[in-house]
Design a protein around this ligand. Structure first.
Ligand SMILES: [Zn+2]
Length: 250
């Protein structure tokens, strides 16, 4: 599903960010104005997941939905036996009858009820570590933010296309620190304070507010004070600095 999200963001089904926000009914402007635990990316994953399964059901391909969703439910240990048991192992993927279509819809709605929140959050966890994906996601949102008029959102915007700076909650700082493994994402300096107490940590907007960046959790990264000061509002440096687990050449 995470890999599928990468394709969707690239526009494989014309559901990159701006098209998505035309179809979805979420208040994205408010969600960009301050950090919510359920991020804009959670909403995007949820929308794509539901859209994809509804499309398959609509196109009379319930077996695909059943196979995929029951497989996931088994992995999460969710008992779906009360939905009944429809035999489809002898059928082709595009074979269809009323009983199977009905079962497909039941499986889908039970999945949404039991597992949607957890599943979407697990997909989010994979994507939150993918800096290239996050950068592209934020860049697409940035295009929309730049069109916002301050007069229409005086409580959220500092000026046209620029959100106000907000207080960052501890849960967000902890999450970003953990994902970035305690290292400045621009120069790589260790900020864990295990080996050095000198360096202070900063939580930096990947796309600066001044350039149409948001306060959504997916637009933050860990940096050191020096890089944060030198970056300011000028550029959009980001990196995926992590340590290799071992060196394959040695
Ligand atoms: Zn640095």
């Amino acid at each position: 599903m995470a890999a599928h999200m990468v394709d969707e963001l690239a526009g494989i089904n014309e559901l990159s960010v701006s098209n998505w926000l035309e179809y979805d009914e979420i208040d994205w402007i408010r969600k960009c104005s301050k950090p919510f635990k359920k991020t804009l990316l959670h909403n995007y994953i949820s929308f794509i997941f539901i859209e994809q399964n509804e499309y398959l059901l609509h196109k009379h391909l319930p077996i695909e939905v059943i196979m995929c969703l029951t497989d996931i439910m088994r992995k999460y240990g969710i008992d779906y036996s009360h939905l009944g048991n429809v035999e489809y192992s002898e059928l082709e993927i595009d074979d269809v009858n009323d009983e199977i279509e009905d079962y497909g819809r039941k499986v889908f709605s039970f999945f949404l009820e039991k597992l949607e929140v957890i599943f979407v959050d697990d997909v989010f966890t994979v994507l939150f570590a993918n800096k290239d994906f996050l950068y592209d996601f934020n860049s697409q949102i940035q295009e929309l933010v730049r069109t916002l008029n301050q007069r229409e959102h005086p409580e959220l915007l500092r000026k046209n296309g620029v959100f106000k700076r907000v207080y960052l909650p501890q849960w967000l700082k902890k999450g970003v620190f953990m994902r970035d493994k305690g290292r400045c994402q621009i120069c790589g300096t260790d900020l864990t304070k295990i080996f050095s107490l000198e360096k202070a940590e900063n939580y930096d907007h990947i796309i600066p507010l001044e350039k149409g960046g948001t306060n959504d959790p997916v637009n933050f990264q860990l940096t050191c004070e020096t890089c944060n000061k030198s970056k300011r509002d000028r550029n959009e440096d980001y990196n995926s600095l992590g340590s290799r687990y071992w060196d394959i050449n040695e």
